[in-house]
Design a protein around this ligand. Structure first.
Ligand SMILES: Nc1ncnc2c1ncn2[C@@H]1O[C@H](COP(=O)(O)OP(=O)(O)OP(=O)(O)O)[C@@H](O)[C@H]1O
Ligand SMILES: [Mg+2]
Length: 229
């Protein structure tokens, strides 16, 4: 990314209200994405690296928490975990400890200083992330966590690079695909979408990230419906 920032910017901080509003639009779109079955477990992924997955995960979670929903963010990017950095907490233990050891849930579910919002950081990186994320234990963990939260939002690695996101997409209600505008070829984005379609992922929509506004202000997010992919 040309104007890469060192810090992840959260809509609790000094982002323009237009940026915050675009996350609220994304939130609303997800809320109304399914009439039959409410979307509760959401996976955020992208085609390639550094497209804005973690930023989207965090800000979408904040947008849900700000409307009073109980929200849990899980860092399932066991390749390059960053959610603990985004929310500025440590990562002594987390998801991998819950999956591979008998760590109590309430030890791994952490406060991040934002009302209604909790985080399970990634924990130590295992040698076999895809296997760990595809385990029956992961499915069971999500089920176990489910009653305590209105929304569980999961950050993940890029779809084209590794199988992790495709694997996770099969245990969530829907997937948000983040696309960095101008950084990813249409072909690569289509390939990523085809990969998710291949495992019957419910793609809720695409976040086109990094659009420069006409007057050169902050880049911000737009939400496009699935049909525009
Ligand atoms: N719309 C935006 N405007 C400005 N900066 C942004 C925007 N989206 C993301 N960034 C910055 O770009 C960098 C990469 O974003 P982020 O970490 O969210 O991407 P990612 O897809 O999770 O990356 P990775 O593949 O490494 O997990 C971060 O420094 C983030 O602050
Ligand atoms: Mg990330």
């Amino acid at each position: 990314m040309k104007h890469k920032l060192k810090v992840h910017r959260l809509i609790t901080e000094n982002l323009s209200s237009r940026v915050a509003e675009s996350y609220r639009v994304l939130r609303t779109n997800i809320q109304f994405a399914s009439l039959d079955k409410p979307i509760k477990h959401i996976l955020v992924t992208s085609t390639g690296p550094a497209e804005g997955k973690s930023t989207t995960t965090a800000n979408l979670a904040i947008a849900f928490a700000q409307m009073g929903s109980r929200v849990l963010v899980i860092d399932a990017d066991l390749r390059r975990p960053t959610m603990h950095k985004v929310f500025k907490i440590s990562n002594p233990l987390g998801l991998t400890n819950l999956l591979l050891q008998s760590v109590a849930l309430d030890v791994a579910i952490r406060d991040v200083g934002i009302p209604n919002l909790h985080l399970v950081t990634a924990g130590p990186i295992p040698p076999n992330p895809a296997e760990v994320l595809g385990s029956t234990r992961m499915r069971a963990l999500l089920k176990e966590l489910s009653p305590s939260f209105d929304y569980i939002i999961i950050d993940s690695p890029p779809t084209l690079a590794v199988a992790d996101a495709a694997i996770l997409s099969t245990i969530v209600d829907g997937v948000v695909l983040v696309v960095a505008a101008g950084e990813v070829t249409t072909d690569a984005a289509k390939k990523a979408k085809a990969q998710l379609d291949g495992v019957k992922a419910n793609i809720l929509g695409v976040v086109l990230n990094g659009l420069a506004s006409a007057n050169g202000e902050d880049r911000y997010y737009y939400y496009y419906g699935q049909r525009k992919v």
